[in-house]
Design a protein around this ligand. Structure first.
Ligand code: MG
Length: 394
């Protein structure tokens, strides 16, 4: 079964762009001309072996630029006529020597036809039956009177919006187009209408909202925004900050590591200010409250608790939402103890608690030049950021 595609790209359509005087099929979308996107989609559809593009006589250079490097290359383009219908006929005539079994006729300005949709259409074409993708009407139909008021409401029952590619057995649709041209019947707005007029049955298959025709400048701008959104990965960031004061003691817990010191940090749990800041950063990245909400100091269960429990809980919440921790970064603010000698032990402890590799954990420290409460050695502050990556895109 040889399947050919005729891509109608001969229209002027310059109304489509505000900044760009080129016909819309050559306007770049995400940096790629719309026509090229349309061709790329058809090229990955199994079974399509011949691509025949119909272009406007003025567009030779634009076309050559648009398809540069495309593999496989389409057949040499043919020039279109004064109407879409005439352009389609020119494309069909060019395919006659190649005698395909099926032809799919497609608008250049529908770059979002998926391979699935194209395959559905091709599969529904029979020896004496065409097929087109279509969608039911969702909006209520109004008829307007000349004064702009509503004259009536039409039933939308049984009504469908026709899309392309429209698929047909090659010989019958060629006959239909030739007959329509011979009889100067040239006001058909799609190829299914030509087929119907000539007595060729046409079936409807499921279309797709994504397969919209880019007609106006607004259509192209919306499509551009959609593409930009699709290209942005869903990465979320959170920040955390915490402070604990010093009290009588001989060690502090920092970043999951026990460090001998002349004081301890005061708090309901083990007062690991670094792990608390990290916990809040992760909770912030997934928009799930803060450490005080999940582990209230009033709850006796957390008295003297190892702060590892809090950070483990935050990591669990991230995983439950389908997130992956991209990295965490911690800054500890104090005059003493010195953090440097314990940095890698903290990174290792944190990586272990979060279940990520150590390369994704940053631990840094700074003094505050003896300024403020940390400078006066009244306590330790810690700040943290975390990124969480979700599958898909924004
Ligand atoms: Mg705290």
């Amino acid at each position: 079964m040889r399947i050919a595609a005729v891509i109608v790209a001969a229209g002027r359509g310059t109304r489509a762009s505000r900044q760009d005087s080129r016909p819309k099929q050559y306007v770049p979308l995400g940096g790629v001309p719309i026509l090229r996107r349309t061709l790329e989609t058809l090229l990955v559809c199994p079974g399509i072996t011949l691509l025949q593009v119909v272009i406007h006589p003025d567009d030779g250079n634009a076309y050559t630029t648009a398809i540069a490097g495309l593999t496989p290359q389409p057949l040499s383009p043919v020039l279109g006529g004064p109407t879409r219908q005439a352009s389609v006929l020119a494309g069909l005539e060019a395919l006659v020597p190649l005698a395909p079994d099926i032809v799919l006729i497609h608008d250049a300005a529908r770059p979002f036809a998926s391979p699935d949709l194209v395959a559905r259409v091709a599969a529904a074409v029979g020896p004496s039956c065409g097929a087109i993708p279509a969608l039911p009407l969702a909006d209520t139909l109004k008829r307007a009177a000349p004064d702009g008021r509503i004259d009536g409401t039409l039933s939308r029952q049984g009504l469908w919006r026709a899309q392309t590619p429209q698929g047909f057995p090659f010989a019958p649709i060629l006959s239909a187009h030739r007959a329509a041209a011979a009889k100067s019947q040239n006001d058909f707005t799609d190829d299914a209408a030509v087929a119907e007029w000539h007595g060729l049955a046409v079936a409807l298959v499921e279309g797709s909202e994504r397969n919209r025709k880019l007609t106006t400048a607004e259509d192209i701008e919306m499509a551009e925004r959609d593409l930009q959104r699709a290209a942005l990965p869903d990465v979320r960031t959170g920040t955390g900050f915490d402070v604990h004061r010093f009290a009588e003691g001989d060690h502090v817990w920092l970043g999951g590591v026990r460090i001998p010191h002349t004081r301890r940090l005061d708090g309901h749990s083990d007062a690991d200010v670094a792990l608390h800041a990290l916990t809040d950063a992760l909770l912030g990245a997934i928009g799930d409250g803060d450490i005080g909400q999940h582990f209230p100091p009033s709850d006796q269960r957390w008295k003297g608790a190892a702060s590892q429990v809090f950070l483990e809980d935050a990591a669990r919440r991230v995983r439950e939402r389908g997130g992956r921790i991209g990295n965490v970064d911690l800054t500890i603010l104090c005059e003493a103890p010195r953090i440097g000698p314990h940095r890698d032990a903290m990174r290792s402890a944190i990586a272990g608690i979060l279940g990520i590799e150590m390369g994704r954990v940053g631990v840094k420290a700074t003094t505050t030049e003896q300024l403020g409460f940390t400078g006066r050695r009244e306590g330790i502050a810690a700040m943290a950021t975390a990124t969480v990556v979700f599958r898909g895109s924004l």
